[in-house]
Design a protein around this ligand. Structure first.
Ligand code: SAM
Length: 288
């Protein structure tokens, strides 16, 4: 007989998901989880969801089963040029400021992260804005890095093939300039691929990224809505370690750091709030 998930099994699996990936699962989703995870019980020849929980709990981090679970629990909704008012602030305020700061320091390097990048649309959008800004010519070293915990999304992002809805708010001239049409779909052109990369990674464990160049800007939009305040606070602390002094953080329009963290100062622009890392000697956990 097909097993039904029991409340205790649901509680344990939810706790596991919150600890491992930060995602808070709503109380009412037991039916959804029961039906979505049942095929995994069959595949793994398990008798109950308690056995499935044990399999998750005692398997090594990042194992195959964790990857299956991630694709069930994540919401990957995204599209190109999402939340235009924030992107305007990037183009009109942040990029000119960065250029000035870098030129002053005699540097020609820009590093931007999209944390929780889903299938990559945000990363390619940021890359288009950088290239279109006219501030950073061929002699600048630009890299926009997308990080997501869901390996399927990272695969889609690397493939760089998109269609229909993904382009709902894309200016047509940019679609034409940066994509080649392939049947009903559009493929990202080489000019965007050269300045972008994608890494599977968990925002709760960003230590490996501390070995890379410090970030000038981090986008983490529409991710904290799935996290508890406590988890958000921890991730924001890691972001502070990844960012340059006075680096910038973009959150989704319904997300805020008020009452969560004072490591960043909110800066209000018409239609958008952007956060700037406070330059007050906060501990920076960056390894040498
Ligand atoms: C709704 S999408 C947001 C995509 C994009 N940032 C945007 O605003 O359009 C949320 C993404 O966050 C990712 N995510 C959730 N928890 C994560 C974690 N702990 N580490 C890394 N990525 C995570 C999900 O896999 C999903 O692709």
């Amino acid at each position: 007989m097909k097993p039904v998930m029991q409340p205790e099994e649901f509680r344990l699996i939810r706790e596991f998901i919150a600890e491992e990936f930060g995602i808070v699962v709503d109380d009412g989703r037991i039916g959804f989880f029961s039906s979505r995870l049942y095929p995994r019980l069959v595949e793994l020849h398990l008798d109950s969801f308690m056995d499935y929980y044990a399999c998750l709990k005692f398997s090594p981090r990042g194992c195959n089963e964790h990857q299956h679970l991630i694709s069930v629990i994540t919401n990957n909704e995204t599209y190109f040029f999402r939340e235009d008012s924030q992107l305007q602030v990037l183009a009109s305020h942040i990029l000119p400021l960065l250029k000035e700061k870098k030129q002053h320091a005699g540097e020609r390097k820009i590093r931007i992260y999209s944390a929780g990048c889903s299938s990559g649309e945000e990363v390619y959008t940021i890359a288009m804005i950088l290239l279109e800004s006219g501030h950073f010519l061929w002699d600048w070293d630009i890299m926009v890095t997308g990080i997501d915990v869901d390996p399927q999304m990272i695969g889609t992002a690397r493939e760089g093939m998109y269609c229909g809805r993904a382009f709902q708010t894309t200016p047509p001239h940019l679609l034409e300039k940066y994509f080649s049409s392939v049947g009903d779909s559009f493929r990202v052109k080489e000019v965007l691929r050269r300045v972008t990369r994608f890494e599977q990674g968990n925002l709760l464990r960003l230590e490996p990224f501390l070995r890379s160049d410090p970030a000038d800007v981090i986008f983490c939009r529409n991710v904290f809505i799935y996290f508890s305040d406590e988890t958000t606070k921890k991730v924001v602390e890691s972001f502070s370690g990844l960012l340059e002094p006075e680096g910038f953080l973009f959150l989704g329009h319904s997300e805020s750091l008020s009452r969560i963290s004072s490591l960043f100062q909110p800066i209000r622009h018409p239609g958008a709030i952007i956060y700037r890392k406070r330059d007050e000697g906060y501990p920076c956990n960056r390894g040498q």
